[in-house]
Design a binder for this molecule. Structure first.
Ligand SMILES: [Zn+2]
Length: 94
């Protein structure tokens, strides 16, 4: 009986703990995404010509840039990376 009571009390606690861990992870992942500059800031810092010339990789100078979902493929939070050297460049939201 004591074991059953313990299990009944432990299961909601375990579910709450897992939910809390997930929300902590999601918050940390979002904060990490926010550390990348947005495209406007990236262009201001790296491309003297501004938006006319378009973004280039600050590491190798390549214009070939791909975007990936931050946590999953269809995530609206995007991270733009260089196709040549795989450097993470800037973030965007779609
Ligand atoms: Zn590059």
């Amino acid at each position: 009986m004591i074991l059953l009571t313990g299990l009944i009390l432990a299961i909601p606690g375990l579910i709450y703990w897992l939910w809390k861990q997930e929300s902590i992870y999601a918050k940390q992942a979002h904060q990490k995404w926010l550390r990348y500059p947005d495209v406007e800031l990236y262009l201001r810092k790296t491309t003297p010509g501004g938006r006319k010339s378009g973004p280039t990789c600050h590491h190798c100078g390549s214009r070939s840039i791909r975007q990936l979902g931050w946590e999953e493929r269809h995530d609206a939070r995007r991270l733009h990376k260089c196709n040549q050297c795989n450097t993470s460049l800037y973030r965007s939201y779609r």
